[in-house]
Design a protein around this ligand. Structure first.
Ligand SMILES: [Fe+2]
Length: 243
């Protein structure tokens, strides 16, 4: 099964324009995935660079096509873009825009899918830092791993989690976790990534990691935050093959 990952678009003009998102969508479709997963952080976050609005980005992502569907989770910045959502107990503007376009958002829930006769669960976790701007608590999130994995016990499970930090705490049946968020460090100098937004530092900054029987793939993502600059970590659409 081939999974195409799109992470951290951070859509804003001019760095991640509608035209560029459109090209990314075309490239992702051409990779011939069985499914396409969107790992969050759709909203732009670079000073003086107007962010694209949710309806525009979701409208462009609606052209993604894969036989087993297109599935999304949200990132911390998507929650920061709609700070009243959590207090109001409603989906964020990003969540609503994606679902308006027929893209299912797995916010602390899972679905059962079938590939060549093998049934597995695809689960999505809420952002582990979604409320960080509203709280002094360091790890203020909207993540509920119990809800995300409800009913998946004993079933091979793939988890979509914007931030990879949940990985070491997962049960063994979560065979594969797919994440973004780190941008691979975004700036890599002399083989080191000085700034990685993870409590594990560089441990889960980028790539394919295996701990025990569990696998983690962290995409380097496509966009940028804070500065429109990547060094040593080119933007990527990540393809994972599972057998
Ligand atoms: Fe993020």
């Amino acid at each position: 099964m081939r999974i195409v990952m799109i992470a951290d678009l951070h859509a804003c003009r001019p760095w991640m324009s509608a035209a560029r998102v459109e090209r990314i969508v075309a490239q992702a479709n051409a990779l011939d995935g069985d499914m396409i997963v969107l790992l969050g952080d759709y909203v732009g976050h670079i000073p003086l660079s107007p962010a694209l609005r949710p309806a525009e980005v979701a409208g462009l992502l609606a052209s993604l096509k894969a036989p087993m569907g297109v599935w999304a989770v949200q990132g911390n910045h998507d929650w920061y873009d709609d700070p009243a959502a959590a207090a109001d107990g409603r989906p964020t503007i990003w969540h609503a825009a994606l679902e308006d376009q027929g893209i299912a958002v797995l916010e602390n829930r899972n679905v059962q899918l079938d590939h060549n006769g093998v049934t597995f669960a695809l689960a999505g976790l809420g952002s582990q830092r979604g409320l960080a701007k509203l709280s002094t608590a360091k790890r203020a999130g909207v993540d509920d791993i119990t809800a995300a994995l409800a009913g998946t016990e004993g079933m091979p499970t793939i988890l979509l989690a914007h931030e990879p930090d949940v990985f070491p705490d997962l049960p063994d049946h979560v065979a594969l976790t797919l994440s973004g968020h780190t941008h691979g460090g975004q700036i890599k100098l002399f083989g080191r990534t000085p700034v990685v937004p993870s409590r594990y530092g560089s441990r889960y900054a980028y790539g394919h990691m295996v701990e025990g029987a569990r696998h983690l793939v962290v995409s380097g993502g496509l966009g940028c935050t804070t500065v429109p600059l990547r060094i040593g970590v080119p933007p990527e659409i990540t393809v994972v093959e599972v057998s």
